[in-house]
Design a protein around this ligand. Sequence first.
Ligand SMILES: C[S@@+](CC[C@H](N)C(=O)[O-])C[C@H]1O[C@@H](n2cnc3c(N)ncnc32)[C@H](O)[C@@H]1O
Length: 270
Amino acid sequence: MKRLFSTSSSTVDSKEMKKFQLLAHKWWDEEGEYSALHSMNDIRVPFIRDTLLNMSNNHQLGNPLSGLKILDVGCGGGLLSEPLGRLGASVTGIDPLEDNIRTADQHKSFDPVLAKRVQYKSSSLEEIVEESMETFDVIVASEVAEHVADLEMFIKCCDQVLKPEGSLFITTVNKTQLSYVLGIVIAEKIIGIVPEGTHEWEKFVPPEELQHLLESSGFSVKAVNGMLYNPLTGSWSWTESMSINYAVHAVKSRGQGQSSHTDPLVRDAT
Ligand SMILES: C[S@@+](CC[C@H](N)C(=O)[O-])C[C@H]1O[C@@H](n2cnc3c(N)ncnc32)[C@H](O)[C@@H]1O
């Protein structure tokens, strides 16, 4: 398959990397800077699992995601890779920051179940495109889109490494006045539940813009769901409003001239 663009540019924003570098050892502190990402697992893991299971009528009890190759892009310390591995998926977590991968690898070693199911690699998405064309059944990019340098390139790379009819899950932050006040002023500067400087409002992504980018890259958007964080309880819930955080599920088109996909977990996609 031909590449859609040259990789002379990059999705990696070095300013963003410097911020994450400072906290690379803090990923698994459940009460620390990444506590909101820990608790986000309570809704994002079931969202990914149930969406995939609803697209399939063939799954293994106890290991419902077994047989699926998942790419966790911007995996950080592996907070999402690990639970997906425990659900039976074969997970590749990539992150441009070597220290994040070191933390992820070290934490993975505490659970022998993950040894064969989860692999990490220090890499950007564009660096693995060549070797991973149409390799993955599923891509997750959770809380990453708002940190990349070039979102269009990022989505196109996702398209290239995803199998036809594969699923892409993105969670990110909308660009609204409310997300500025709650996501930056209150969350970062006043109550400090997110490390100060983590987010730049200019990089937040309106859902219509993301949807447009996805559709113009050959994806069909299946769901866009609002997410709400309650700082008093430290918990997340689904909400109709997408004015702050939201999650997207999109499916890559079947591709020209291809007949029905044989992967059991995407067979029934509508
Ligand atoms: C807020 S963290 C989310 C980590 C993880 N996805 C989670 O939800 O627990 C954002 C992560 O994206 C990574 N990142 C930033 N830019 C990236 C890019 N262009 N490609 C891949 N990962 C990137 C950062 O290094 C960081 O680990």
